[in-house]
Structure formats: structure tokens, C-alpha cells
Design a protein around this ligand. Structure first.
Ligand SMILES: Nc1ncnc2c1ncn2[C@@H]1O[C@H](COP(=O)(O)OP(=O)(O)O)[C@@H](O)[C@H]1O
Ligand SMILES: [Mg+2]
Length: 255
């Protein structure tokens, strides 16, 4: 579903601040795979997502989504097939709009909107059902402004918005790290449910070793723009936080 072929990316090229993030980087995700990425700060995780979403363009190499070369597609075109949830709960939703308006906007992403766009009763009921599924009690507050919601509620809503049109790729950039542990777990459990029910191809970044072990079908450890360890199937099931920490410190010793 996703293929990065010989990707190179350097920030501030030919200046004193030059930083090579990726050099001939190759990476792919099969349809329906749920890949969890871990890696120390600055290892290029968010840059990878920015390259996939089209926020950044690679210096070299190409990116294919579902067999189509999207390397030259601008972000707003790619957004039709890429859903994204960021770390900051304020980023994915419009505070001044109501819950149902946010959902309506997400379900029309990529479609032409007229000057006047109204929401049918049927759509309103549909949104109510979707929101009810979250188990946060938001279904009775569809008219509330999103700005009044808690961080966890907003992230759960952003996740709904990012998946309402079933994206070809779902990108989750530490989307639970700003939440308290209980809410983070609720949002993660919901993430797993949405991903599995819709067979979504997903890439999730986390800093939490236990979440990396407990969620996803493949774990990838990124360091210095390279995949230094991966595990799936039985090997992933047998991973422990100690094993992962050891892998991290092994890399640090090499530097
Ligand atoms: N737009 C940018 N311009 C310059 N440097 C950047 C930019 N984005 C990221 N970087 C640098 O690239 C490195 C990798 O960043 P990032 O991909 O955000 O890491 P992380 O793995 O923590 O998500 C960091 O050193 C960061 O400071
Ligand atoms: Mg990051």
C-alpha cells in the first residue's frame, strides 16, 4: 500500500546547519499492516510522516501509495488518501465549529463544497452513531463546540475525522502522548478497533515501549534515518520493554 523508494532528505543543505535525515531510505507497508515506529528524539520519525503526507518533499527518491507515484502530488491532493492525527489535540479539529460540523467537514474532505452546505438529518444520525461508538458520551453533545472538549475527547474525535473516509494510509504521530495515561489508553484501544474494523494500513509513532509492544502488527525501530530493528508475528509477541531498551542502548554505544 505504501512504498518509499531510495528516499533522501537533508535539511538546510549546504549550510552550517545541514542535517542529513534520510539517505537512500527504503520502506514499505503492506495493505492492512499496523506498523508502530519507535526511535529517539530527532531520529526522523515525524519527517518520515511529513514525507508520506506531502508536507515535505524528498530531495531524491519516490513515494508510491497503492501503486501510484505520489512524489509530486501536493499535500492537499494526497490528503484525500492520507489521514493524520498529530500529538497536539488542538491540531486536528476546528475549535469554533461544532462536533457534527467537524465530522461533516471530514466526510466531505476532497469534495467540492458549495457556498451553502447543510447537513441532513440522516447525516446527523450517522455522526451520532459513529460518535456513540467511542464510548465517551459525546453523542448527546453533537451541537457542542469542539473547543469545549477535553484533550482526550478531541484526539478521539480527530481519529474519527481522519478515518471517516477510510484513508489508504493512516498516520498517527504520537497521538496519545499529550494525554493522561487512562485517556491515552482509551484512545489507543479505540485506535486499534478502528484500524482492525476497517483494515486500515497504519503507521503509528509512539514513545511508549509498552504501547509499541502491545499494539500493531509490526514494530520498527528508527535511528539516524535507518531501520535498526524490526519485529512482527511471534517475535513481536515475545518482545519486552527490557529487550527494546537494550536495543536502544546498543545503538547509543555505537554513536
Ligand atoms: N523543517 C525542518 N527544518 C530543519 N530541520 C528540521 C525540520 N524538521 C525536522 N528537522 C530536524 O530533523 C531532525 C529529525 O526531526 P524529526 O523527524 O521531527 O524527529 P523525530 O524522530 O523526533 O520525530 C531533528 O534534528 C529536527 O530538528
Ligand atoms: Mg516527532
Amino acid at each position: 500500500m505504501l512504498k518509499l523508494i531510495n528516499i533522501s532528505k537533508t535539511f538546510n543543505k549546504n549550510t552550517v546547519n545541514q542535517k542529513i535525515i534520510f539517505k537512500n531510505f527504503n520502506f514499505s507497508i503492506a495493505k492492512g499492516e499496523f506498523v508502530v515506529i519507535i526511535g529517539s528524539n530527532g531520529s526522523g520519525k515525524s519527517t518520515l510522516m511529513n514525507l508520506i503526507s506531502g508536507k515535505l518533499t524528498a530531495d531524491e527518491g519516490s513515494i508510491k501509495i497503492d501503486g501510484v507515484d505520489v512524489s509530486n502530488q501536493p499535500e492537499y491532493i494526497r490528503a484525500k488518501q492520507v489521514g493524520r492525527v498529530f500529538q497536539d489535540p488542538l491540531m486536528g479539529t476546528a475549535s469554533n465549529m461544532r462536533i457534527y460540523e467537524n465530522l461533516a467537514m471530514a466526510s466531505r474532505k476532497g469534495k467540492k463544497l458549495g457556498l451553502k452546505w447543510c447537513i441532513s438529518k440522516a447525516d446527523f444520525e450517522k455522526y451520532k452513531n459513529i460518535v456513540e461508538n467511542l464510548g465517551l458520551g459525546l453523542e448527546n453533545n453533537l451541537n457542542s463546540k469542539v473547543g469545549l472538549l477535553s484533550g482526550g475527547q478531541r484526539q478521539a474525535l480527530t481519529l474519527l475525522m481522519a478515518t471517516i473516509q477510510k484513508p489508504k494510509i493512516l498516520l498517527l504521530d504520537e497521538h496519545t502522548s499529550a494525554l493522561d495515561p487512562k485517556t491515552a489508553n482509551l484512545v489507543l484501544t479505540h485506535t486499534k478497533k478502528v484500524v482492525e474494523e476497517n483494515n486500515l494500513t497504519t503507521l503509528m509513532i509512539t514513545h511508549n515501549m509498552n504501547d509499541a509492544i502491545n499494539f500493531g502488527t509490526r514494530l520498527v525501530m528508527l535511528s539516524g534515518g535507518k531501520v535498526i530493528f524490526e519485529a512482527s508475528g511471534k517475535e513481536k509477541e515475545n518482545l519486552t520493554a527490557e529487550i527494546l531498551f537494550k536495543k536502544f542502548s546498543d545503538v547509543e554505544h555505537c554513536i
